[in-house]
Write a protein that binds this ligand. Sequence first.
Ligand code: PLP
Length: 229
Amino acid sequence: MVKENFIQVQNNIKKACEKAGRNPEEVTLIAVSKTKPVPMLEEAYQAGSRDFGENKVQEIMDKYPVLPADIRWHMIGHLQRNKVKYIIDKAALIHSVDSLRLAEEISSQARKKQVEADILIEVNIAQEESKFGISRAETLSLVEEIAGLPNIHIKGLMTIAPFVENPEDNRKYFRQIKELSVDIIEKNIDNVSMSVLSMGMTGDYMVAVEEGATMVRVGTGIFGERNYN
Ligand SMILES: *Cc1c(COP(=O)(O)O)cnc(C)c1O
């Protein structure tokens, strides 16, 4: 089932790219495997998935050693500063940086382990109370502050759009993220790239791709519903 779902999502991404005149190779599908057991990740791996997303440090630590080494692990959940040290050399990309204090800890741990940390700035584009992420208005100044830190590199922006019935309702937010990334590029800040836009989940990834997503994070659409009990 996982294999068929993975292929289906890949095909949908291709369709969205065709519609928008984009090259599907610009879009990375991240299989969001949080709460899912290792055999299901292995099935996705066999279907061709090399990018997996997790939102808990502990789950990355458990799954990392038992799965193939060519997997790129994406930390997509809220990250506590005291846990950065556990994943700094395991996560290929940290999507959820929304404060200078967190970025400073990532920089410091990366330096200690002599690695380079790639990160995204998480933007709470719809200003939802319940969500992490920095406001659109504060993003540029946070980017400027983080850009000067050693061993850490901003690669782009991430957002979690509101939960909606109709994915079209989120189009405006994806567009705003794209616009924000263009505004930041125009500032030409050293050590800052905006090559990654991580946006779109099971309910809205096709709209996100049409609006310029370069990474989509799909969980339910690949692995089925999650059971948190
Ligand atoms: C769980 C999660 C996803 C995947 O959500 P689905 O709706 O199951 O596709 C994507 N991004 C983040 C940050 C998540 O926590």
